[in-house]
Design a binder for this molecule. Structure first.
Ligand code: HEM
Length: 147
């Protein structure tokens, strides 16, 4: 796993984050439309919604907010602990992570169209996978401790 994002990627993320967050609701909605085509993935969220009693819509918004802080991982530590605990409770596994990437990145393109080019999407893909690796690694430890 890379220890940090490249300086180039950080510049692209920070300069495009405001546009993404401005359209955050649309991007989130589109992401879940794409994600829930897979019944197995949808079932993970149905279970979570039953447990928490609310629509699990925080994930996409968090990814958008998080990517901006991917160069300040220490500041994200408390949030990473909370998310990893929630993921353990809802049985999220490493093999689920590509589905979210494959839903989020095309959703960004669907909503922002020509305003995002391949360079921007590649930077967001890199930031997503950077955070995903951090979570997957922490969740691996938590699953092992629980076993
Ligand atoms: C970089 C990747 C990811 C990030 C940053 C992320 C972030 C989050 C956040 C912030 C929450 C809410 C935690 C809380 O209760 O405060 C959450 C919950 C959840 N995540 Fe993730 N997540 C990621 C990947 C995934 C993947 C790959 C899946 C499954 C396909 C997933 C499924 C869930 C579910 C089912 C919940 C519980 C619903 C909820 O409480 O909102 N997440 N995630």
């Amino acid at each position: 796993m890379a220890n940090s994002l490249s300086p180039e990627t950080i510049i692209v993320i920070k300069s495009t984050a405001p546009a993404l967050q401005q359209h955050g609701v649309e991007i989130t909605t589109r992401m879940y439309e794409r994600l829930f085509v897979d019944p197995e993935i949808k079932a993970l969220f149905d279970l979570a919604a039953q447990k928490s009693g609310e629509q699990p819509k925080r994930l996409a918004a968090a990814i958008l907010a998080f990517a901006q802080n991917a160069d300040k991982l220490d500041a994200l530590r408390p949030a990473i602990e909370r998310i990893a605990a929630r993921h353990i409770a809802t049985h999220i596994k490493p093999e689920h992570y590509p589905a979210v990437a494959n839903a989020l990145l095309p959703a960004i393109k669907d909503v922002l169209g020509d305003a995002v080019d391949e360079r921007v999407l590649a930077a967001w893909g890199e930031a997503y996978w950077f955070l995903a690796e951090v979570l997957i690694s922490r969740e691996k430890t938590l699953y092992a401790e629980a076993a």
